[in-house]
Design a protein. Structure first.
Length: 196
């Protein structure tokens, strides 16, 4: 299924493109477990802060990572990234990856996505995770690197915002934290581009 431009409600496989490809917020496919409310509120706040934001709702974003320990469980859904989605994401300078509430799922899904996402990423989730949790699974982060020879990600996690609960309004202090970290990440990315 190719990407469609989103109109009203966010649906799987849709994208709302910003005028300039600066930041892209990646939402899992909408379902009872993967509601889009936090993504909408985050996007609105970033746009209010004059940041150009695109939103991509993945076609098959629900479920665990294909290589997670829970992937082989009977009836378990497995997430997937399509080539068109990867190309769209990597046109931007920064990605925001909205994940869930189970620490193991968050880490394995981040690793799966960052094998294809080549740009710095801010992970927003409910689970209490930190840079070390990601680095232990081979994910490059700005703060902690995986052991030599154990890197399993193309992209890197620039920052992490935890405590954002799916299905309810995002607390004001969390919106402020996300906005602040995204602004900081954009300064970092633009500086790295100039120095390259």
């Amino acid at each position: 299924m190719s990407l469609k431009t989103g109109g009203g409600l966010a649906q799987s496989g849709t994208i709302a493109r910003a005028m300039r490809p600066e930041v892209i917020v990646i939402a899992m496919s909408p379902s009872k477990r993967h509601v889009t409310k936090p993504v909408c509120e985050i996007t609105y706040a970033l746009r209010a802060a004059n940041i150009d934001v695109s939103v991509l709702v993945l076609n098959k974003g629900g479920g665990g990572a294909p290589d997670s320990p829970s992937a082989g469980a009977p009836g378990a859904n497995v997430c997937f990234l399509e080539e068109e989605e990867v190309l769209e994401i990597n046109k931007h300078k920064l990605a925001i990856l909205h994940l869930g509430s189970i620490k193991e799922h968050v880490v394995y899904k981040a690793r799966f996505f960052l094998r294809y996402i080549a740009i710095p990423t801010v992970v927003v989730c409910q689970a209490p995770v930190d840079f070390e949790d990601f680095a232990k699974r081979g994910i490059k982060t700005r703060v902690v690197r995986p052991p030599v020879g154990k890197e399993e990600s193309l992209g890197e996690i620039y920052d992490v915002v935890t405590g954002v609960i799916r299905g309810i309004s995002v607390a004001h202090h969390k919106i402020d934290e996300i906005t602040s970290k995204v602004k900081e990440a954009l300064i970092y990315v633009k500086g790295a581009t100039r120095n390259a």
